[in-house]
Design a binder for this molecule. Structure first.
Ligand SMILES: [Zn+2]
Ligand SMILES: [Zn+2]
Length: 305
């Protein structure tokens, strides 16, 4: 995803917390540092040089493409388990509930698929233990880590970040390289411009989409889940993204108009809407989960000054 898209999701995650967890201590950390969102959520993670490994988790259901004789049955997770795990709160999963892909065993390519779930876990752990042990004791540093965390969580929601077809293997790609860029550029062009997002006086009223091609105003009170295992959560999100990719990006399109012609512009709009909603909610959820660990009473309790 592109910088404004990441920044937008991060801003909206703060909005989400304001509505559904208004008493969260996180808000005292995040809101005063909103001006850092564009740099730390939008730009920095992509400049760190780990895009190919850290920002993707590319899967397939064809064992030969994973370098395996077959894919074990434990990698057949299915709709019901995912829906149960996320308590039926993933919009994109609801959208593809009848997908045959969900019933197949599929997994990441260990060598070439990337390590996004590990990255998210590592950043969250770094935050939790770094804070507990006194390496980060200022609100600004914590906010910046949370913004970086948001970037990686959002990236797992981009379907092609979880689809091995969008990766060159043995000199061959199954999907046109540009379609990834077309989709991300399309989203980016519908997000408020950088100056507005990077502005210091951003309020809750001026971060809604300027061009309401897709509508994020329908965020619902979904609650925040209480998962313990952040890595597993990211794997499950990536599994949904893979199935979304196989359902919505079925062919090797040369440009976004070919994609629109095939699946319908309106369907792409709905998918975008659901996908962003899931991403925003997930960022808020994992922030919340992480904060429960570092805000929990420990030998060095956290004080907000
Ligand atoms: Zn991307
Ligand atoms: Zn990225």
């Amino acid at each position: 995803m592109r910088p404004c898209t990441h920044s937008y999701i991060t801003f909206k995650a703060i909005e989400y917390l304001k509505v559904f967890k208004p008493d969260s201590c996180l808000l005292k950390i995040l809101i005063p540092n909103q001006k850092d969102i564009f740099k730390y959520s939008g730009i920095l993670p992509d400049m760190l040089g780990d895009c190919r490994r850290g920002h993707v988790f590319k899967m397939d259901h064809k064992p030969e493409l994973l370098g395996l004789p077959y894919i074990k049955d434990k990698y057949k997770v299915g709709h019901d388990l995912l829906a149960g795990y996320f308590k039926d709160k993933k919009y994109t999963l609801a959208l593809i509930k009848d997908s045959n892909v969900l019933n197949l065993p599929y997994k990441s390519n260990d060598k070439n698929g990337g390590k996004l779930p590990d990255r998210v876990e590592a950043i969250a752990s770094n935050l939790i233990y770094g804070f507990r042990n006194g390496y980060y004791n200022d609100v600004k540093s914590i906010a910046r880590f949370l913004f970086i965390l948001s970037h990686y969580i959002a990236d797992a929601h981009m379907p092609l970040h979880c689809d091995l077809r969008d990766k060159e293997i043995d000199g061959r790609r199954r999907l046109n390289r540009d379609i990834h860029l077309f989709i991300e550029n399309f989203w980016e062009s519908h997000i408020p411009n950088i100056d507005d997002l990077a502005g210091h006086n951003l309020t809750s009223n001026n971060i809604w989409l300027e061009k309401p091609y897709f509508n994020l105003n329908k965020l619902k009170p979904l609650g925040l889940n209480d998962t313990e295992n952040i890595r597993r959560e990211m794997i499950y999100i990536s599994r949904i993204s893979y199935a979304v990719s196989r359902e919505y990006i079925k062919n090797d399109y040369r440009n976004i108009d070919e994609l629109f012609d095939d699946i319908g512009r309106e369907n792409f709009s709905i998918l975008t809407d659901y996908l962003f909603t899931d991403a925003i909610q997930e960022v808020a959820s994992i922030w919340n989960n992480t904060a429960q660990h570092f805000l929990a009473p420990t030998k060095t309790p956290f004080q907000i000054h």
